[in-house]
Design a protein around this ligand. Sequence first.
Ligand SMILES: [Zn+2]
Ligand SMILES: [Zn+2]
Length: 335
Amino acid sequence: MTFGIRNIVGIHRLHHGEKNYSTPLIFKTYSQWSYWQRKAFDYLIWCHLAHVLDFSAALLCWLWIFPMTFPDAHQWHWKWVCRVFLYNLACEFTLYSFWHWITYSRTSPYAQGPLKEKKYNPTNQYEQKDQNNLLREVTYTTLGWLQSALVQCVFMWLWASGRLPYYNDFWSRPLFSIFILLAVTFWRELHFYWVHRLMHPWWSVSNGLQQGDVGAFLYRHFHSLHHRSRNPGPWAGLSMHPVEHFVYYTCAYFPLLFACHPLHFLYAKFHADIAPIGGHDGFDDPAGGADFHYLHHAFFECNYGVPLIDFDRLFGTYKEYIRKPSPAPENKKLN
Ligand SMILES: [Zn+2]
Ligand SMILES: [Zn+2]
């Protein structure tokens, strides 16, 4: 879940003791709507509005970085490649550092105020001196951004050199362009569930890991690195093994299948880059509020997806977060 203005204003309100810190900035009567009105709103409007930050990073890349890089991208040259990488790293360090500062930094008044009470696991994982949680998470998150920047360069080269069809004028096919853009939101959640489920044991682990379980192999060698952030924070979301990054970012490879606009690719890519920040910050509303995925980090074999597409309820792996103070979960390892 991507953080946005709603979260920043909510944290500010909470900090100043306002009781209405969860009241939406727009659509203020949401909580009074019927169940179906709320569902329709969530699936038709809010699921897209919630990713405005990801889309803004993609749009800025298209409007600012593409004009100064794409004309040269028909052949490899360090100058345009560096610009693409620099833009990506600037996005990473601006957005991830900002949310880390708000929620965890000792210099942030918000992190030191009532927001502390909203932390799912009250232990501050970044103040445990024997664990280099932050260094590990920043390192692997940066490897993720570097890989996604490389994927962006490869697609730019494929398009600019005529090796892969695309179209340049977004409004030349308005219905198709808007449809694919909206579909990216749902595609990302669907793709995330399945590639994530793939990396956990495929069979029940109640009697230990089964011989020949491909999911157990993938978990042990790759996905377990992401789960070292048992008590996650903003930098934990993209803290993955590079092999898992490769699988994760295949959500943005759909331009290989049909001619689309570069903005479609950029939205999927920046969605994958940025959305994990709020989904892992470890705080209840008005911060990320991702109790669903917090439980996945705490208990492993539940809540593999994102509630927008509810495969977990369908396949019996849904676990509900009970809002009461609970001790930090004990360590549990898959051997
Ligand atoms: Zn997992
Ligand atoms: Zn996670």
